[in-house]
Design a protein around this ligand. Structure first.
Ligand code: FMN
Length: 201
C-alpha cells in the first residue's frame, strides 16, 4: 500500500475544505508519511444510471465494471482507494448532506457494493483500513447537521474495507477564509492528519 490519499470535495477552490485538505496533508507529512490531495471538482463524473450493468457483468472489474467506466473520470478517482494506506476526506455540508459531485461519485460506487456482496476478491479482499473525514458547515447549530453525510460516507467507504472514524465536524465556517481564522480548528485538523498516518502503520 502506498501513502495517504486526501479527497477535497468542495466546488469552491481555496475554501475551507481545501484548507482542511492542506492541513491534513501537512499532518500526514509531519508524521513521516506521503500524502496526495485529489480535488474531486477536477474530475468529470456522470450519474449512476441504475442500468444494472455492474450486477450482470460479474466477470468484469476496475473501470470496465461500470457501463460509464470509459465515459468519464470516476474510475480515476476510485483507483487510489485500492492502493492507499489510509484515506482522508474534507467536504462542506450542502443542505444537510454532501455536495452533488461527491454524491454522484458515491452513487457510482454501487459497482463495488455489488462486487463485495458477491465476494469478488479484487474488492472483498482489500485490506482493512481507516478513513477519516473533516466536514465543514456554515451553521453554528443543528443537531443532525452532519448525520446524513456521516452515514453516506460510512456505507460508501465500507465497500473498500475502509472504516469511517467519527468525523471531525466543524461548525460556523462559512466564508472561504473562516477555517484559517480558527487556530484551534486548524490544529485539530492537522492532528487528525498526523493520527491518520501514525495509526495506519
Ligand atoms: C449549496 C450550498 C448548501 C449549503 N448548505 C448548508 C447547510 O445545509 N448547512 C450549513 O451549515 N451550511 C451550508 N452551506 C454552507 C457551507 O457548508 C459552508 O460555506 C462551508 O464552509 C463551505 O465549505 P468550502 O469553503 O469548502 O466550500 C451550504 C453552502 C452551499 C454553497
Amino acid at each position: 500500500m502506498t501513502g495517504a490519499v486526501i479527497y477535497t470535495c468542495s466546488h469552491r477552490r481555496g475554501g475551507n475544505s481545501d484548507r482542511a485538505a492542506a492541513l491534513l496533508a501537512e499532518g500526514v507529512r509531519d508524521a513521516g508519511g506521503a500524502a496526495e490531495i485529489l480535488p474531486l471538482r477536477d474530475y468529470e463524473i456522470q450519474h449512476c444510471l441504475a442500468c444494472g450493468f455492474c450486477d450482470k457483468h460479474t466477470d468484469k472489474r476496475d473501470r470496465d465494471r461500470c457501463a460509464l467506466g470509459r465515459k468519464d473520470q470516476a474510475w480515476e478517482a476510485f483507483a487510489p482507494l485500492f492502493t492507499a494506506r489510509t484515506v482522508l476526506l474534507a467536504s462542506p455540508v450542502y443542505f444537510y448532506h454532501l455536495p452533488s459531485r461527491l454524491k454522484a461519485w458515491i452513487d457510482r460506487g454501487q459497482q463495488f457494493w455489488t462486487a463485495r456482496r458477491g465476494g469478488e476478491p479484487w474488492v472483498a479482499d482489500l485490506p482493512e483500513r481507516a478513513v477519516r473525514a473533516v466536514l465543514v458547515a456554515g451553521q453554528p447549530g443543528g443537531e443532525k447537521l452532519f448525520e446524513g453525510a456521516r452515514l453516506t460516507l460510512k456505507y460508501f467507504f465500507r465497500n473498500f474495507n475502509l472504516t469511517l472514524a467519527d468525523p471531525l465536524a466543524l461548525r460556523g465556517l462559512d466564508g472561504p477564509g473562516d477555517l484559517r481564522a480558527r487556530r484551534e480548528f486548524e490544529e485539530a485538523v492537522a492532528e487528525l492528519g498526523r493520527a491518520a498516518w501514525r495509526e495506519s502503520a
